[in-house]
Design a protein around this ligand. Structure first.
Ligand code: CA
Length: 238
């Protein structure tokens, strides 16, 4: 991945963080363009068509959420929020507004790079193949056969209920993206009701058990408590 040519739009008004992130990304071969205000970010988004944006929310002219909302009117460009706001509600709001992931400051360089790789890989894979949800999905030793509705780990079939399968398939279609509880519930059940979140958590616990994942381990699916779930498209990060 040292020679990738992805163009990253870094939206950050703090010069120190900007410098750290820019160095980090350039070392990995990314091309970085940056903006210190929401207004400049929108101009660069329009003129440079970046592959991905890393978005600070606390910007001097406008809230970074406005950039996200504007971009999402007609673009699927991946956006990773990188913010000091660490509340569940901030994360859920940004994710439901279309952010692909949310990283809080202070952040780990390795983790930020892993999230960027995961999102870009999945985004471009889907754009290239364009035959969702047919075919197969693979991440490490986990394989999903969408046509047969079967899931395998290390070649062994994992027997899932219909609902459990639907959850796993949905997460895999958005691999690398942190999906909020509400987004998963909409995708699987179509509508939320009082017990939806509990129902989702129960199903997820069963899935993890069937996958042979110990509590707290994030092998295939990461749970961010109070926020949602992400299928990991990278090496083991838990
Ligand atoms: Ca800021």
């Amino acid at each position: 991945m040292m020679n990738n040519k992805y163009k990253v739009l870094l939206i950050e008004d703090d010069a120190n963080i900007r410098s750290v992130v820019t160095t980090l990304l350039e070392t990995e071969g990314y091309q970085v363009i940056w903006a210190g205000t929401c207004q400049l970010a929108l101009a660069l988004f329009a003129s440079h068509r970046p592959d991905i944006a890393i978005l600070d929310l606390g910007l001097p002219d406008r809230d970074g959420m406005q950039f996200l909302e504007y971009v999402r009117r007609d673009s699927l460009m991946p956006v990773i929020v990188l913010s000091a706001r660490s509340g569940d509600r901030d994360k859920v709001t940004a994710l439901d507004a279309g952010a692909n992931d949310y990283v809080t400051k202070p952040f780990s360089s390795d983790e930020l790079l892993a999230r960027i790789r995961m999102i870009l890989r999945n985004y471009h894979h889907r754009a290239d193949s364009g035959k969702l949800p047919g075919g197969k999905f693979r991440v490490r030793d986990l394989v999903i056969d969408y046509d047969a509705r079967q899931v395998f780990i290390d070649g062994r079939e994992i027997k899932l209920s219909q609902t459990e399968y639907n959850i796993v398939a949905l997460l895999s279609e958005h691999c690398g993206k942190m999906m909020t509880y509400a987004a998963i519930i909409r995708g699987v059940w179509g509508y939320p009701d009082e017990g939806s979140t509990k129902k989702l958590q129960v199903n997820m616990a069963n899935i993890r058990k069937k996958f042979g994942v110990r509590p707290g381990e994030a092998r295939y699916i990461t749970n961010e408590l109070g926020v949602g779930y992400r299928m990991n498209g990278e090496r083991d990060d838990g």
